[in-house]
Design a protein around this ligand. Sequence first.
Ligand SMILES: [Fe+2]
Length: 344
Amino acid sequence: MRLQTNIIFGDFKEEIRKLGLTGQGLLCCRRGFDPAQLPGLDLYALRISPEPTVESVRGYWEEIADRKFDYVLAVGGGSVIDVAKILAARMENDEEIENFVGIEKIRRRAKKIIAVPTTHGTGSEVTKYSVLKFKETKKSIVSENICPEVAIIDEGLTLGMPRDLTLYTSIDALCHNIEAYLAKACDPLNDTICESGVRLFFEGIEEAMSDLAVGRKRLMLSSVLGGIAITNAQTLLVHALSHVVGAVHDIPHGLANSLFLPSFLKFYEGDEKLSRLEKILGIDLRKNIERLYEKHGVKRLADFVDRAEAVMIAEKAFENKRLMNGGRKPVTLDDLKEMVLSSF
Ligand SMILES: [Fe+2]
């Protein structure tokens, strides 16, 4: 277990002030964030659109390439933080952005990154991952060199998040905790992280859906734990499938994951470790998720995708060997086709 990020809980303005940042910073943020909230910092603001493509990130880089920055401050959801990581890496590595894709392809440590999440799902503020959208699938940059140096966790930033985004970003965190738990690389310390992450999801989701701070706080923690869990282990089949449908049909990441989580749990039914998780938490995971989906009207794959595409989705996802081979249970292409078909 290794954690590269200094994780700070508190009011984000106060905690950023305490960092004593000097020089010029690149601020990556969402539309609507007012940099005037961070007085005293010399910031160049870049507004990041959701679900970044390789072309859009190249465009961001062209905009800032001639400037010199001392740090990168990301205030936003997973897309904002993911883009900030790539730009910070690009500042220290004279390479085409496409060449960062893959495992440990970034040679020099990225410029100092301070990540402040405004959603509770991706955990990107503590991960070694950045996801880029290509035409047929999303691809991951996996590198210890893009782990943020500091993550500031302030649940106040998530208050007022729309219900749909609340639900689906939270399910992303749930998937991280469950998938990492079932990964071969999950060690005993990571197990306890995942167990807590799943518990916090179920303890907090209803209150988070009602926009109560107590629920937001639990989900924020679940998200950070999920991020730590996938950095020490990895995601599995849910993310492999969601990367394909997310790219081909422009489905947001958390929503795309939610479509495959039930069939993934069915695939792992009877697995010793999954049973242990349920015993520790005292819940039937599949039933609890089913109830949650029904209550909040979670969509089905059929709402976005034609059945005729099922084989293509499975085949494309099956090419992602890192995610296919990482789980406790071996997976065949037929297993994957079955998972897709039962998600309709
Ligand atoms: Fe994710």
